[in-house]
Design a protein around this ligand. Structure first.
Ligand SMILES: [Zn+2]
Length: 219
C-alpha cells in the first residue's frame, strides 16, 4: 500500500511535527568546564556556573556551536551569523537555575529540509529551525510500594549539557514517515559525530506534536 493510499484510507488526516533534542558530543558542558561523561557519581560534575550561583559568568562552548553549524549545513539550513541566547524562565525541580539558556527569536539556523524515503517514495520534510540550549538535571524516584517511603533525589550532572534542538515543519503525515524522519536524522548526527545517538542514555529524544484534521481542511 502506498503512503498516499494509507493517507486517504482514514477519515482524518494526521499532521505531525517533531522536536528532536540531540545531546552534543562535547567533552564539557554548554557554558562551563564541567565534564559531560555519562554515568558518573551523582552531582560530581557540577560547578557554580551550571548551578546558577550569583555572580557566575556563562562562557559559550565553541565546539557546541561548531557541531550545531555542521548539522545545520547537513540539513540545508541557513546559518544565522547573528543569533542570540535568551533565558527561558520556568520552575522545574531538576533545573538548579530556574531558567534555561536557550535560543528563541534568533536561532543558530533555520529553513532547511530533510528528504526521507517511505514505501519507495521520497518525501521532503521541512526543517523550521535548529537551535542550541542546555539540558536539565535528572530526578531519580525511589520506593514503589506502600511499605517503602517514596523519595525523589536530584542529580545535576546533566544540568548544562549542550543540546541541539531540531524542529521540523508539520509536514509529516503518517507514523511511518515520522519514524523514517527520525532514523534519517539520527544517521546524520551519528555520521557527523556530533551526537552518539544512544537513545537508551537519552542522547537523542523526541517530542511529537500531533494534530488531526479532515482531509482537505486547512486547520
Ligand atoms: Zn559546571
Amino acid at each position: 500500500m502506498s503512503a498516499e493510499q494509507r493517507r486517504s484510507d482514514t477519515a482524518y488526516e494526521v499532521v505531525i511535527g517533531l522536536e528532536v533534542h540531540a545531546q552534543l558530543r562535547t567533552r564539557t558542558k554548554m557554558f562551563c568546564g564541567c565534564s559531560t561523561a555519562f554515568g558518573a557519581a551523582p552531582n560530581s560534575q557540577t560547578c557554580p556556573v551550571c548551578q546558577g550561583m550569583p555572580g557566575t559568568l556563562p562562557v559559550i562552548n565553541r565546539r557546541a556551536v561548531e557541531f550545531g553549524i555542521k548539522t545545520a549545513l547537513a540539513i540545508d539550513c541557513t546559518v544565522n551569523a547573528d543569533n542570540r541566547f535568551a533565558r527561558k524562565h520556568y520552575y522545574y525541580p531538576d533545573m538548579p537555575k530556574n531558567y534555561q539558556i536557550s535560543q528563541y527569536e534568533e536561532p543558530l539556523a533555520e529553513h532547511g529540509y530533510l528528504d526521507i524515503e517511505v514505501a519507495g517514495e521520497t518525501r521532503r520534510i521541512g526543517i523550521q529551525r535548529l537551535h542550541l540550549e542546555e539540558d536539565v538535571g535528572k530526578l531519580v524516584h525511589e520506593g514503589s510500594s506502600l511499605e517503602t517511603a517514596l523519595s525523589s533525589q536530584v542529580d545535576f550532572n546533566r544540568a548544562g549539557v549542550p543540546l541541539m534542538e531540531i524542529v521540523s515543519k508539520p509536514d509529516l503525515r503518517t507514523p511511518d514517515e515520522a519514524a523514517s524522519y527520525l532514523k534519517a536524522l539520527r544517521a546524520i548526527v551519528v555520521y557527523l559525530d556530533v551526537c552518539d545517538g544512544n537513545m537508551e542514555e537519552g542522547s537523542l529524544r523526541c517530542d511529537a506534536n500531533i494534530s488531526l484534521r479532515r482531509p482537505g481542511a486547512k486547520e
